[in-house]
Design a protein around this ligand. Structure first.
Ligand SMILES: [Zn+2]
Length: 165
């Protein structure tokens, strides 16, 4: 494994241990040339996935990138890292099980939204607003109404009452 600091390939594993649920192996590594320390993760990968962007561009699927976008949505939200880790692993497993090597970026966005909805409302709205690229306030309001559930129904009733006035 190449050192991320100096680029040397002269690195050694100092410590390996499985995650609590034994789905990953975490390795602490040290670079013999610059002394830099870093961590790598080993996971099961059932399938090589390629993401087809909206522009038609093809890029290799990157779990870390998916994790980063989920973490941005979850910033400062009270959700345990283990749950986030499980959620991302679940999404990746579902993508791998779709039976296709090519996955449209919309499909990933859709799965992330679905998963976040069950995990944290605020993160869901944050992710959805970026993913759906809202241009109009009413799109955003529609989403909030969807989240509010019964409250949304009350709001609709209020609106109807207001219209009657
Ligand atoms: Zn190094």
């Amino acid at each position: 494994m190449r050192c991320p600091y100096c680029g040397s390939t002269n690195t050694q594993v100092k410590d390996s241990r499985p995650s609590e649920d034994h789905t990953t192996i975490r390795r602490r590594r040290v670079c013999a040339d610059c002394g830099g320390r870093f961590t790598t993760f080993e996971r099961v990968q059932l399938r090589e996935l390629t993401v087809i962007k909206r522009s038609g561009r093809r890029i290799p699927f990157d779990r870390d990138k998916l994790m980063r976008s989920v973490q941005i949505a979850l910033r400062k939200r009270p959700v345990e890292p283990e749950r986030v880790e499980r959620m991302v692993s679940g999404i990746v497993r579902r993508l791998e099980n779709m039976g296709e090597n090519d996955i449209r970026s919309e499909t990933i966005g859709h799965l992330v939204m679905e998963a976040l909805k069950g995990l944290d409302d605020v993160a869901y709205v944050r992710f959805a607003s970026v993913y759906k690229n809202f241009r109009e306030a009413k799109d955003f309001e529609a989403l909030l109404g969807e989240l509010a559930g019964t409250e949304g129904e009350d709001a609709e009733a209020d609106e109807a009452a207001a219209a009657e006035d």
